[in-house]
Design a protein. Structure first.
Lengths: 107, 490, 176, 635, 517
C-alpha cells in the first residue's frame, strides 16, 4: 500500500515546532506552577508529534518512533505526578502555587 | 528490525550491576514498607552491600569481551569505566546518607530512591539506544527531583526540588525534541545503527543534524549544569540534603557525561568535526562564568555548586576536541574525561561531606564557619584542604593530573586556547578555593574553640575520598592503566 | 511542497487549529482551572494527529494517559491547592515581551530549518509490518525495547513513590 | 725586586685583617703601631721597587693569573709595575705611612679608633692595588674599593648628619663618573677582547680597536672620554667636583690622605696610565685640558672666600687637580705626574697642619682662629712651607711642577688655558695665605679656643716635618739641576722615548708666575695681614655679586640639587605614584572588575526559576541561531 | 634513584614527617624541617664535588617513571615521569636554593603552635624550587613550580603580617597565571617539536596530521628544536609560543609591569618567607627564560632581542626609581631586586656568553643579597618593630654589627666590586654592550641609581644621630650571626673569586649558545 501520504512532513513538524514554542512561552510566563508544568507537557507533546510523524514519514519509517512516543508519554506522566506532588508539598509549606513565590534561594 | 532471542543474551556480563542494584532497590523498598518503625539505618547497610556487589560485578565486567544485550545494553570497557565510577559515587553517597539520616530527620525513602537513580545512571552509562538513554535519564532525574525535595517541611528543599524539576523537565523536553529529529533523519533510535549511517544523515540533512545536535547538547546541558543552563544548580544544591547535593554533583553528572559522550559521538560521529565546536563554546562559557560567579560566593554549598558548574566546563573541554580529532583518537579523550570525573567525584563528595559536618557543628553554612577549623579538627581541615586544592588543580592530587591530561589533549588537538582558558580560569578559582583554605587555617582566639567531631562513617567517607584524591594524584597509573585499555567497540 | 486539498489534509488543518487554539487559550486564560481544560484540548488534538498518522495505539495511549489521567491529576492538584487561583490579566511586561521574543525567534528558526529541509518523499509506508498497530507496537516493545520498558516501570514506581512521599502528611518527621 | 711588588699592597691588607681580628676593643698603641710599621715596610719595598725599576726597565712585565672565563676570553688578575706606578707606589705608601702616624695623635680617644685604622688600612691596600693593577678591570675594582673606603671614612662620624650626607654624596657623585669608566672599559674590552692595558694600547696604536657601530678612531675618542669621565668623578673635576668639599666632614687625616694626596689623584693617574689611548685622540686630550683648566680656575675662585679651613684647602685640591689634568690635556704628561707628586706632599702637609690646628682649637672656622703662631710654631712653619709650595714660590716643590704646566700650556698654544692657569695661580697664592694669616697671625678671635690650643705630640709633628721637607725639596726631582730625572724616569715606560711634550726652560714665564704668586700673597697680607690695608668686608660688600658667587660656590650645589636631585626625586615619586596607583591600580581594577562581574552574575541568581529558564531558552536560541547562521542556507 | 632525586625528595620527606609525626616539641619540629634542607644541601655539595666540569649536558640523572598518558594523538603514549639532573645552570641555583632555605629555616623564630606548619610549608616550597631547578623534563618542572607556588602561598598567608591575606592571593594569582603560561608555552613547544604544528596541511576532515614522537625531555627537546625548529613550526606559531613563554617569565619574575605582586608580598611577609621568596622563588622565572627561552628558541630570543633588552632596561630604571621612593625597607628591597633582575633580561637579550653568564651570576648574586637584606631588615625589625626607613636612624650606635652587615649587603646590591653584585653587573653589561650598546647605555644609569636608593636608605637607617627609643637594643645574637656571616661570605667569595661558580656554568652557557648557532 505504497501511495503518497497526504499530509506533508513539513506541516506536521511545523505544528510540533509551534507547539514547542508555545509551551516554552507558557513555561516562561505563566504564574501558576501547575500551568508551568502543563506548558512543559506541551513541549513534550511537540516532541511526540515529531516522533510519530517521523515514524510514518521519516527516512526509514518504522514503529520505533511510536514506541518512543509511548515511552515519552509514560515518562511525562511520572514526571508530572512528581511535579504535582511537589506542588502540593510546597503549597502546604508556603500556601502558594505561584512560581514567583519560590524565592527562598537567592544569589 | 531483527527479532531478538530473549533467552540467550549475555545478561550477566552486561546487565549484572544493573540487575543487582535493581534487586537491591526493591528489597530495600519492600523492607522499608514492612518495617515502618524504628531506626532503619540498617537499610542503608543493605543498599551498601548491594552497591558493593554491583561494583564487584562492574569491575568483573572489565575482564569480559564487550557484549551487547537486547540490542540495548552494552558493556564495553568504556561502559564499565562509567559504571564503576557511578557505583563508587553511589557507595560514597550512601555512606554519606548513613550519617546524614542519623543526624537529620529526612524521609527515610531516600535509600531506595538513590538506588533507583543509580539504576537510571547505569542505564545511561551502558545503553546504546536513545529510548533507553532517555528513560534512564528520566529515571535518574525523577528520583533526583524527589530526593532534592526530601526534606518535606523545608521550603528550601522543596523549592530547590521544584526548580530542579521545572528546569529539568524543560531540559528533557529540549533533549527529546532533539532526539526526535535524530530519529527522523536516521530512522532508528539505536546508537550502533546511528553510528553506521551517520554519514548519510549528515550529508542529507546538515541543518537538521546540527539542530538536533545542539538541542541534545543543550538538553544534556541542563543536567550537566552547563552555562547558561546551570541556574538551577545553586538553588537545588543549596536546598537539597547534603548527601543529595553530593549525589547531584557527582553521580548524576558522571552519568550524564557518560550518556552525552556516547550519545553524541555515536549519533554524530560522521559530522563530529563540524559539530563539536559548539561544545567548545559551551565549555568556554561554562568555565568562565562558573568561576566568576563563584568568586563572591559565601554560602559553602552554593559555592560548591558553582564550583561544580565550572568543573563541568573543564570536563566538557575534551568534547570540543572531538572536532579536530580522528576517530582513533577518541578513546584518549574519553580517558581524560573519565579520569577527571573520577578525581572530581572523590574531591567533591569529600568536600560536601566536610562542609556538611562543619556547617552542622557550627550552625552556619557561611564559609566563615570554616574559620579555625584547623584548630577544631586538624583531620577535617587537612582533608578539606586536600579536596579544595584538588579542585583547584594542585599537584599530587587527582585534579592536577586530570587537568594536565585534558590540557595535553587540547594541545594535541590544536585547541590550546581552551586548555589555556581552562588553566586561566583555574587560576581565578584559586581565589575562592584557597579562600577556604585561608579560613581553615585562620586562627581563632583561644577559648572559642570547640572541637568538631565527625562520626565514624563520616571519617571513613572522608578518608576514602582523601585516599581517592591522593592516589589519583600520586599514582594515577592505577586508573590510567585500565583506562588505556578502554575504548568502545559498539 | 505541493499544496493540495484532501480529506486528511483538511482534517489535519482542523486538528492543528484546535491544538494551537487550545494552546493559545491556555496561554490567555486567567483562571487556572480553564487553563487546565484547555490543555485537555491540546492533548486530545495531539491524539487525533497520532491517529491521523496511523499511530492508533499511541493516540489511544495519549487519550488515556494525557487527556484522561494527567488532566484529571492536574484538576485534582488545582482543587487541592488554590482552586480560585487566577493569573492577572495579560500584560506586556518586559518579562513577557522578552519571553515572547525568545519563543517567537526560536520558533522562527525552527520553522526555517524545517522549511529549508527537503524531507523524504511522504511515502505512505507500512510501519506495522503487516500486523495491526497495537501488535506492532507490542512486538517492538518486547523485542527491541525490553530494557527501557523495564526501566520505565521502575520510573513509574519512583514517580509513584516519590509523589506519595512528597504529597502525604506524615507525623514522624514533623519535628524536624 | 719588581716581582715582589705585590707585597706593597699586601702589607696594608695584612694590617687590615689583623685589625679586623683584633676587633673594636684593641688598644690604640698596637693598632696604630702595627699599621704604621707594616705600611712603612710597604713604603720601603716600594722604594726598592722604584729603584730596581729605574735600574732595569725590562723587569716590569705583568704578572697575571687566570680569574674568570667569559665565553672564550680569560680574565686575569695580577700586578704590573711600570715607571709610573712605581712612582705612585712610593708616593702613596709614603704619605700613607705619615698619615697613619699622624692619626695616632689625631684620633686619640675616639671610640672607634681601631675601626678608623681598619678603614685606613683597607684604603691603603686598595689604593696600592689600584696602582699596580695590570688591567682596567682590576683597576676598576680597586677604584671602587677606594671609593668605598672614602665613603666609610667620610661617614666615619656617622652620628653627624652632615657626615652621613657627605659620605653618601661623595659616593654617588663619584659613581656618576665611575659609570663612564665602567662603560669605557667595557667598550675597550669588547673592542680588543681584553682588559689589559698593553693589549688595548697595542690594538689602539695599530688601529685595530673596532666595534660594529662605531669607527675605530671614534671608539678611541669615546673610550678615552668615558675613562676621563671616571677620572673627573674621582679627581673632583668640574662638573663633578661638588663632593670633595663636603667630604671634609671626615676626620682630617682622611682628608689629607684620601682627599688630597692619593685617591683624588687616582683620576690623574688613570689618565696618565691610559695616556697612549688619549694620545691617539686629540679631541679627548683637549677635553681633558679644558676641563682641567676650567676646574683649576673655578675651584681657585671659590676657595677665595670660604670660611672653613678645610674647605679652602679642599677647593685648593680641586684646583690643583685641575692643573694636573690640564697638564695631561695639553700633552705635558710628565708635568702632570710631577705635579701629582709634589701636590701629594704639600697638600698632605697642608691638611695635616690644618688637622693639627683643628685638633688644637676644635673648630674649622677660620674666623674663630687667629694668632695661633704663638701656640703652635711648628705647625705654623710647616704650614707656611706647604703654603709657599702651593703658591708656587721658588724654590718650593709646587713652583717647579706648576710652572712646567703653565709653560707647557702656553707652549702648546692653549693661550686661554694659560691665562686660566695664571689667574688660578694668583688666586691660589691669595687664598692659601689668607688661611695662613687668619689662622696663625693676628689676634685670637676666640680667646677660649685659643687658650686650649697646643701643639700635638711627636706622632703629629713628625709627619708635618717630613712633609714640610718634601714640600720644600720635592720639586728638585725634575729640574735642570737633577737632569730632569723624573721625566727621564717616566719616559722609560715608552719605547719611543718621551711621552707627550716637554718644554724648555723659560725664565720669563717662571718669573711671571712667581710674581703672580707674590702678588697674591701680598694682597692676602694687605687684607688679612697684621696691618690691614684693605677691609675684606668692604670688598665683599662692594663686589657683592662676585663675592656671593664665590662664597656660594657658583651655586653649583643648588643647581645640581634642582636639576639632578630634585628631578630624580620627582621621577622617583612619579614612578612610585604610577606603580601604586596606575599599574597596581589597573591590577586592582581588573580584580575589582572580575569581582564585580562575579557579583553581577551572582545577582542574576534571582531565585526566579522562570528567569533561569528564560536564560536557558535564550541560550538554546543563540546556540541554534548562531549555528544555523554559520552553516548557511537556512537563515 | 640518583643523588639529585634525593636532593629534591629530602625536604618532601621532612615535610611528610612533619605532617604525620605527632607530639614533638617545636624545637624538634624545627630541627626536622631544617634537616630536610640540610640533607639537600649536603647532597648538593656532594654533587658539586662530583661535578664533571668538562661536559655541558645534564649529569647525575635520576629518572622515575610515573605514569603513562594514553595519547590522544598519533597513538603514541606519553610517558610522564620525574626526571632530575644537574648541569652548570642548575647546580649553582640548587646550591643557592638549598642554602637559603636552610638559612631561612634557621632565621625563622619559633612560633606559638605554628612551628610545625611553617617548616612543613618551607620544606615543601624548598622541594618545589629544587625541583624546578633540577627538572629535566617539562612535567617535572611544571609540577615542581606548582608545588612551590602553593607552599609559598601558605607561607605568606599564614605567617605574614597584617595585610598578608591580600598579598598571598596576589602572589598566588600572579604566579598561578605565570604557571599557566609556562604550561601552555612548554607543552606547546614539546608538541611542536614532535611535529604537532607541522606544516602538513589539514586533511579533508580538517584534522591536522603530525609526525614524530612526543617527549617532554628537556635535553631531547633542545636537540630537536635546535636542529629543526623551522620544519616543525610555522614561524608565527613559534613566535606566539615564545611570547607566551616570555609573558610567563615576566609575570613569574615580577618584571614591570607585571611586578606589583612582589613588593606587596615582601611588604607583608615575615623575614624567613621573604628570604625564601626573594632569594630563590624569584629566580625561577629567569631560570625558565634561560633554560627554555634561550635553550629552546634562541632564534626567537634573537628576534625579540630588542624587546627583551628594552624591557630589561625599563626594569632596571623603573625598579631603581621606585626603590628610591620607598619608605619601607622591604618594598625597597623588592624593587631593588626587580631592578637587578632587569639586568638578567638585558644579559639574556644579548645572547652572548658574557651576557648569559652575567645573567646567571646575577640570579645567584641577587638571591644571596636579597636574602641577606631581608634577613637583616628582619633582624632589625625584630628589635625596632618597624622596617619603615623614616622611623629608623642611627642604628650603628646600638647595633654596629647588624648595621655593618646591612652596609655590606647594600654595597653588594649596588654592585660594588669584590662582591657578587659587581661580577654579575659587569658581565651582563659586557654582554649588553656587545649586542645592544644604545640600550645598554641607558641601562648603566641604573648603576648610579642603585647607589642612590641604597645609600639614601642607609643614610636614614644606620647613620645619623642615634634615636632615643633604640638605645639599649641588642646587637646580633649568635644565632643571627650564622645566616648573616654565611651569606656575606658567599657574596664576598663569589665577588673575589667568581670562578667558584662561574666555572660551573661557563660550559653550559656556551652549550646554550652553540645550539643557538
Amino acid at each position: 500500500m505504497s501511495g503518497t501520504f497526504p499530509i506533508p512532513t513539513g506541516s506536521l513538524l511545523a505544528l510540533g515546532a509551534i507547539l514547542f514554542c508555545i509551551g516554552l512561552y507558557g513555561a516562561l510566563t505563566k504564574r501558576n506552577l501547575i500551568i508551568v508544568l502543563v506548558s512543559i507537557e506541551l513541549m513534550l507533546n511537540a516532541a511526540n508529534i515529531n516522533l510519530v510523524t517521523f515514524s510514518r514519514l521519516g527516512v526509514a519509517p518504522n514503529i520505533s518512533g511510536q514506541v518512543f512516543a509511548l515511552f515519552t508519554i509514560t515518562v511525562a506522566a511520572a514526571e508530572i505526578a512528581v511535579g504535582l506532588a511537589l506542588l502540593l508539598a510546597i503549597f502546604r509549606v508556603r500556601r502558594t502555587t505561584e512560581v514567583q513565590d519560590l524565592d527562598v534561594h537567592k544569589h | 528490525m531483527p527479532t531478538t532471542d530473549m533467552l540467550h543474551q549475555p545478561y550477566a556480563s552486561t546487565m549484572g550491576p544493573l540487575i543487582i542494584v535493581t534487586v537491591t532497590a526493591f528489597v530495600v523498598m519492600i523492607l522499608e514498607f514492612l518495617f515502618r518503625r524504628g531506626d532503619r539505618r540498617w537499610l542503608a547497610g543493605i543498599s551498601l552491600v548491594g552497591v558493593a556487589l554491583a561494583l564487584a560485578a562492574a569491575l568483573w565486567n572489565f575482564h569480559h569481551d564487550p557484549a551487547i544485550a537486547l540490542n540495548t545494553v552494552v558493556v564495553d570497557a568504556y561502559g564499565s569505566v562509567f559504571s564503576v565510577l557511578i557505583l563508587i559515587s553511589a557507595l560514597l553517597v550512601l555512606l554519606f546518607t548513613l550519617d546524614y539520616s542519623g543526624g537529620t530527620k529526612v524521609a527515610s525513602e531516600h535509600t531506595y530512591l538513590i538506588l533507583f537513580a543509580v539504576v537510571g545512571a547505569l542505564a545511561m552509562a551502558t545503553a546504546v539506544d536513545l529510548v533507553t538513554l532517555y528513560v534512564g535519564l528520566e529515571l535518574l532525574s525523577v528520583a533526583s527531583y524527589v530526593l532534592v525535595a526530601l526534606r518535606r517541611h523545608s521550603a528550601r528543599s522543596l523549592e530547590g526540588g521544584a526548580k530542579y524539576l521545572l528546569m529539568g523537565a524543560v531540559g528533557s523536553a529540549v533533549l527529546l525534541y532533539g532526539m526526535s529529529f535524530v530519529y527522523g533523519i536516521s530512522g532508528t533510535t539505536n546508537l550502533i545503527e546511528l553510528g553506521s549511517n551517520g554519514f548519510t544523515m549528515y550529508n542529507n540533512y546538515p541543518a537538521i543534524t546540527v539542530l538536533a545536535f545542539l538541542l541534545m547538547l543543550a538538553g544534556m546541558g541542563f543536567k550537566l549544569s552547563l552555562v547558561p543552563f546551570h541556574m538551577w544548580t545553586p538553588d537545588a544544591y543549596d536546598g537539597a540534603p547534603a548527601p543529595i547535593s553530593a549525589f547531584l554533583a557527582t553521580l548524576s553528572k558522571a552519568a550524564s557525561f557518560g550518556m552525552l559522550l556516547r550519545m553524541l559521538l555515536f549519533a554524530f560521529n560522521a559530522a563530529a568535526t563540524q559539530l563539536f565546536w559548539w561544545a567548545g563554546v559551551l565549555a568556554a562559557v561554562t568555565m568562565v562564568v562558573g568561576n566568576l560567579i563563584a568568586l563572591p560566593q559565601r554560602n559553602m554549598k552554593r559555592l560548591l555548586a558553582f564550583s561544580s558548574v565550572a568543573q563541568a566546563g573543564y570536563i566538557l573541554v575534551p568534547f570540543a576536541l572531538i572536532q579536530t580529532s580522528h576517530f582513533n583518537d577518541w578513546p584518549g579523550l574519553f580517558d581524560s574525561v573519565s579520569f577527571y570525573l573520577y578525581a572530581y567525584t572523590f574531591m567533591t563528595v569529600g568536600a560536601f561531606a566536610i562542609v556538611y559536618v562543619v556547617s552542622r557543628a557550627r550552625r552556619s553554612i557561611d564559609s566563615d564557619a570554616l574559620i579555625g577549623l584547623y584548630q577544631r579538627s586538624p583531620w577535617l581541615a587537612a582533608a578539606l584542604t586536600v579536596f579544595v586544592l584538588g579542585l583547584a588543580g594542585m599537584p599530587l592530587t587527582g585534579g592536577f593530573i586530570g587537568k594536565f591530561y585534558i590540557f595535553t589533549d587540547t594541545i594535541h588537538l590544536h585547541r590550546a586556547w581552551l586548555g589555556v582558558l581552562l588553566f586561566v580560569t583555574s587560576v581565578a578559582s584559586f581565589y575562592y578555593y584557597l579562600g577556604w583554605v585561608r579560613k581553615i587555617f585562620q586562627r581563632e582566639p583561644v577559648g572559642d574553640i570547640q572541637p568538631i567531631r565527625a562520626s565514624g562513617t563520616m571519617n571513613v567517607l572522608v578518608g576514602l575520598c582523601v585516599l581517592g584524591t591522593v592516589v589519583l594524584g600520586v599514582v594515577p597509573a592505577v586508573l590510567l592503566h585500565p583506562l588505556q585499555g578502554s575504548g568502545w567497540l559498539y | 511542497m505541493q499544496f493540495f486539498l484532501n480529506a486528511p489534509m483538511i482534517g489535519f488543518y482542523i486538528i492543528s487549529l484546535c491544538i494551537l487554539g487550545c494552546a493559545v487559550m491556555l496561554l490567555s486564560f486567567q483562571r487556572v482551572i480553564y487553563m487546565a481544560l484547555a490543555i485537555g484540548g491540546v492533548f486530545i488534538g495531539c491524539a487525533a494527529i497520532y491517529i491521523l498518522l496511523g499511530a492508533d495505539f499511541v493516540g489511544a495511549a495519549q487519550l488515556l494517559i494525557y487527556a484522561g489521567a494527567i488532566t484529571i491529576l492536574i484538576m485534582f492538584a488545582i482543587m487541592l491547592t488554590n482552586h480560585e487561583a487566577a493569573d492577572p490579566p495579560h500584560k506586556w511586561t518586559p518579562r513577557n515581551i522578552l519571553s515572547a521574543v525568545g519563543a517567537v525567534l526560536l520558533g522562527a528558526v525552527l520553522l526555517l530549518v524545517i522549511r529549508s529541509t527537503t524531507w523524504p518523499p511522504a511515502v505512505d509506508a507500512d510501519v506495522n509490518g503487516g500486523n495491526s498497530n497495537p501488535v506492532a507496537v507490542g512486538l517492538a516493545l518486547f523485542q527491541n525495547y525490553t530494557v527501557p520498558f523495564e526501566l520505565v516501570s521502575l520510573l513509574l514506581i519512583v514517580g509513584m513513590v516519590g509523589a506519595v512521599i512528597l504529597a502525604r502528611e506524615r507525623k514522624e518527621d514533623e519535628d524536624e | 725586586m719588581v716581582e715582589y711588588a705585590w707585597l706593597v699592597p699586601l702589607l696594608p691588607l695584612v694590617a687590615y685583617v689583623f685589625l679586623l681580628v683584633l676587633g673594636r676593643r684593641a688598644p690604640e698603641g698596637i693598632v696604630a703601631g702595627v699599621s704604621v710599621v707594616l705600611t712603612f715596610i710597604a713604603f720601603l719595598v716600594s722604594a726598592l721597587v722604584f729603584r730596581s725599576v729605574g735600574q732595569n726597565p725590562d723587569l716590569t712585565g705583568p704578572y697575571v693569573f687566570h680569574w674568570l672565563t667569559v665565553g672564550s676570553k680569560s680574565l686575569t688578575v695580577g700586578f704590573e709595575v711600570t715607571h709610573l706606578n712605581a712612582l705612585m707606589l712610593v708616593v702613596v705608601s709614603l704619605v700613607s705611612t705619615l698619615v697613619l702616624l699622624f692619626s695616632k695623635g689625631y684620633m686619640h680617644g675616639d671610640d672607634r679608633f681601631p675601626v678608623f685604622y681598619q678603614y685606613l688600612n683597607l684604603f691603603v691596600f686598595s689604593m696600592l692595588a689600584l696602582v699596580i693593577s695590570p688591567n682596567l678591570l682590576q683597576l676598576y675594582i680597586f677604584w671602587e674599593m677606594v671609593g668605598l673606603c672614602s665613603y666609610l671614612l667620610v661617614g666615619f662620624w656617622y652620628f653627624k648628619p652632615e657626615a652621613a650626607l657627605a659620605a653618601k654624596k661623595s659616593f654617588i657623585v663619584t659613581r656618576i663618573g665611575d659609570v663612564g669608566l665602567f662603560v669605557g672599559i667595557i667598550l675597550l674590552f669588547l673592542a680588543s677582547g681584553s682588559f689589559d692595558y698593553s693589549t688595548i694600547f697595542t690594538a689602539a696604536a695599530a688601529g685595530k680597536l673596532s666595534l660594529g657601530w662605531i669607527s675605530g678612531s671614534g671608539l678611541v675618542t669615546l673610550a678615552a672620554i668615558l675613562i676621563f669621565v671616571g677620572a673627573v668623578g674621582k679627581s673632583a673635576q668640574f662638573p663633578l667636583h661638588v663632593w670633595l668639599p663636603d667630604a671634609m666632614e671626615g676626620p682630617t687625616p682622611v682628608s689629607a690622605l684620601i682627599h688630597a694626596a692619593t685617591m683624588v689623584a687616582a683620576g690623574v693617574y688613570l689618565v696618565a696610565r691610559c695616556y697612549p689611548l688619549f694620545q691617539l685622540s686629540p679631541a679627548a686630550l683637549s677635553t681633558v685640558a679644558w676641563i682641567g683648566g676650567i676646574t683649576a680656575l673655578l675651584a681657585a675662585l671659590i676657595a677665595l672666600t670660604q670660611r672653613d679651613i678645610k674647605r679652602v684647602i679642599a677647593y685648593s685640591t680641586i684646583s690643583q687637580l685641575g692643573y694636573m689634568m690640564m697638564a695631561l690635556g695639553v700633552g705635558a704628561y710628565a708635568y702632570g705626574v710631577f705635579h701629582l707628586m709634589t701636590h701629594a706632599f704639600f697638600k698632605a702637609l697642608l691638611f695635616l697642619a690644618a688637622g693639627s690646628v683643628i685638633h688644637a682649637v676644635d673648630t674649622q672656622d677660620l674666623f674663630e682662629m687667629g694668632g695661633l703662631y704663638r701656640k703652635m710654631k711648628l705647625t705654623a712653619w710647616t704650614f707656611l712651607a706647604g703654603a709657599l709650595a702651593l703658591a708656587g714660590i721658588v724654590p718650593f716643590a709646587g713652583f717647579w711642577s706648576k710652572d712646567d704646566i703653565l709653560a707647557a700650556a702656553l707652549e702648546s698654544g692653549h693661550t686661554v688655558l694659560y691665562a686660566f692657569g695664571l689667574i688660578a695661580a694668583f688666586c691660589t697664592a691669595f687664598y692659601i695665605f689668607r688661611v695662613y694669616f687668619l689662622t696663625f697671625t693676628g689676634e685670637p678671635r676666640d680667646p677660649e679656643r685659643y687658650e686650649h690650643a697646643h701643639e700635638g705630640s711627636w706622632v703629629m709633628t713628625l709627619p708635618l716635618v717630613v712633609l714640610a721637607v718634601l714640600a720644600t725639596i720635592g720639586g728638585f726631582f725634575n729640574t735642570p739641576w737633577s737632569g730632569y730625572g723624573l721625566e727621564r724616569y717616566l719616559f722609560a715606560d715608552s719605547p719611543q722615548g718621551s711621552i707627550g711634550v716637554t718644554t724648555p726652560e723659560n725664565v720669563g714665564l717662571m718669573a711671571l708666575s712667581v710674581v703672580v704668586g707674590l702678588l697674591g700673597i701680598g694682597l692676602a697680607a694687605l687684607m688679612y695681614g697684621r696691618r690691614r690695608r684693605i677691609e675684606p668686608e668692604k670688598l665683599a660688600r662692594g663686589a657683592s655679586f662676585l663675592y656671593q658667587l664665590s662664597y656660594r660656590k657658583f651655586y653649583l650645589d643648588e643647581i645640581y640639587y634642582f636639576v639632578v636631585v630634585a628631578t630624580g626625586k620627582a621621577i622617583a615619586a612619579v614612578v612610585d605614584f604610577v606603580d601604586r596607583y596606575i599599574i597596581d591600580g589597573i591590577v586592582r581594577l581588573v580584580g575589582w572588575v572580575v569581582g564585580l562581574v562575579g557579583t553581577g552574575l551572582r545577582y542574576t541568581q534571582t531565585g526566579q526559576v522562570q528567569a533561569y529558564t528564560a536564560v536557558a531558552a535564550f541560550g538554546v536560541l543563540i546556540l541554534v541561531a548562531w549555528a544555523m547562521w554559520s552553516i548557511g542556507g537556512v537563515l | 634513584m640518583g643523588i639529585v632525586f634525593w636532593i629534591v625528595l629530602a625536604p618532601v620527606i621532612a615535610a611528610a614527617l612533619l605532617a604525620v609525626v605527632p607530639g614533638i616539641k617545636p624545637n624538634a619540629q624545627r630541627t626536622l624541617g631544617l634537616l630536610g634542607s640540610a640533607v639537600s644541601l649536603v647532597l648538593a655539595l656532594i654533587a658539586w664535588g662530583r661535578f664533571q666540569y668538562g661536559t655541558s649536558g645534564f649529569q647525575e640523572i635520576s629518572r622515575v617513571h610515573w605514569f603513562t598518558l594514553p595519547a590522544v594523538w598519533q597513538q603514541s603514549d606519553l610517558s610522564i615521569g620525574l626526571s632530575f639532573g644537574l648541569d652548570g645552570l642548575s647546580l649553582p641555583l640548587v646550591l643557592l636554593a638549598a642554602f637559603i632555605s636552610l638559612l631561612a629555616g634557621l632565621a625563622a623564630p619559633a612560633r606559638e603552635g605554628r612551628t610545625r606548619l611553617f617548616h612543613l610549608w618551607l620544606a615543601l616550597a624548598t622541594a618545589g624550587v629544587l625541583g624546578v631547578f633540577t627538572a629535566m623534563d617539562l612535567f617535572t618542572f611544571l609540577l615542581a613550580l606548582e608545588l612551590s607556588l602553593f607552599s609559598a602561598f601558605f607561607l605568606i598567608l599564614q605567617f605574614g603580617e597584617a595585610g598578608s591575606r591580600k598579598a598571598a592571593f596576589k602572589f598566588l594569582l600572579y604566579r598561578g597565571l605565570a604557571s599557566v603560561l609556562f604550561l601552555a608555552a612548554l607543552v606547546g613547544l614539546a608538541y611542536g617539536a614532535a611535529g604537532g604544528f607541522g606544516t602538513t596541511q589539514p586533511d579533508t576532515q580538517g584534522v591536522i596530521q603530525g609526525a614524530g614522537t612526543l617527549t617532554f625531555d628537556i635535553s631531547a627537546l633542545m636537540d630537536t628544536l635546535h636542529k629543526a625548529s623551522e620544519a616543525y613550526f610555522i614561524p608565527h606559531v613559534r613566535s606566539v609560543l615564545f611570547l607566551v613563554l616570555l609573558l610567563g617569565v615576566l609575570i613569574e619574575e615580577a618584571f614591570v609591569p607585571f611586578h606589583t605582586w612582589l613588593p606587596t608580598t615582601h611588604e607583608h611577609s615575615d623575614p624567613a618567607t621573604n628570604m625564601l621568596i626573594g632569594g630563590v622563588l624569584t629566580k625561577t622565572g629567569a631560570y625558565a627564560l634561560l633554560r627554555f627561552g634561550v635553550g629552546f628558541l634562541p632564534g626567537e630570543v634573537r628576534h625579540w632581542g630588542v624587546l627583551i633588552a628594552v624591557l630589561g632596561v625599563i626594569n632596571i630604571l623603573y625598579g631603581a626609581f621606585a626603590a628610591w621612593a620607598q619608605k619601607d625597607w622591604r618594598r625597597l628591597i623588592a624593587f631593588g631586586s626587580i631592578s637587578h633582575m632587569g639586568l638578567v633580561l638585558l644579559g639574556v637579550a644579548a645572547l652572548n656568553p658574557a651576557g648569559l653568564q652575567g645573567a646567571m651570576f646575577m640570579m645567584v648574586s641577587s638571591g644571596l643579597l636579597t636574602a641577606l637584606l631581608f634577613f637583616l631588615t628582619g633582624a632589625i625589625q625584630a628589635r625596632t618593630r618597624t622596617t619603615l626607613i623614616p622611623a629608623l636612624g642611627g642604628l650603628s650606635k646600638p647595633m654596629p654589627m647588624l648595621s655593618g652587615f646591612l652596609l655590606v649587603a647594600a654595597l653588594g646590591s649596588l654592585g660594588l666590586p669584590l662582591t657578587s653584585g659587581f661580577i654579575s653587573e659587569i658581565q651582563a653589561f659586557i654582554g649588553g654592550f656587545g649586542t645592544y650598546p644604545g640600550i645598554s647605555f641607558v641601562g648603566v644609569i641604573g648603576i648610579i641609581l642603585s647607589a642612590v636608593y641604597l645609600l639614601y636608605a642607609m643614610e636614614r637607617t644606620t647613620f645619623g644621630p642615634a634615636k632615643q627609643v633604640y638605645t639599649g637594643l641588642a646587637d646580633a645574637t649568635p644565632r643571627e650571626y650564622v645566616p648573616t656571616v654565611v651569606l656575606t661570605a658567599l657574596v664576598l667569595i663569589i665577588g673575589v673569586y667568581p670562578g667558584v661558580i662561574g666555572n660551573l656554568f661557563g660550559l653550559s652557557v656556551q652549550a646554550l649558545l652553540r645550539i643557538g648557532g
